[in-house]
Design a protein. Structure first.
Length: 100
């Protein structure tokens, strides 16, 4: 077995840890479209705002711009940025990031 050849009797060379899942599905996915006008408009209520008694931000009837607010849960060791890249079909390579 090839894996046995990689093991060592010296613990100082062994690395503890576990394996990550190759693919996971997000849970509790929801979204909301928000109309807004200015670049400085509040698009979400922060936890601090909620502690201060602020209510959810309601979307304006007709704004000049449109934002997408998403909410989802991922298990530990999963990356939200990779989930969003998959949704938007953006390349994740370093070369692609340098070109833009």
């Amino acid at each position: 077995n090839a894996w046995k050849n990689l093991s060592t009797k010296r613990n100082k060379y062994s690395l503890p840890g576990g394996y990550r899942s190759i693919m996971v599905l997000p849970q509790d996915v929801s979204h909301m479209w928000i109309d807004y006008d200015g670049d400085n408009d509040e698009l979400c209520v922060t936890d601090y705002d909620k502690l201060q008694g602020a209510k959810d931000i309601s979307s304006k009837q007709k704004g000049s711009s449109l934002a997408l607010q998403m909410s989802f849960n991922l298990p530990s060791s999963s990356y939200a940025t990779m989930f969003l890249r998959e949704l938007t079909f953006e390349a994740a390579s370093r070369l692609h990031q340098k070109l833009e």
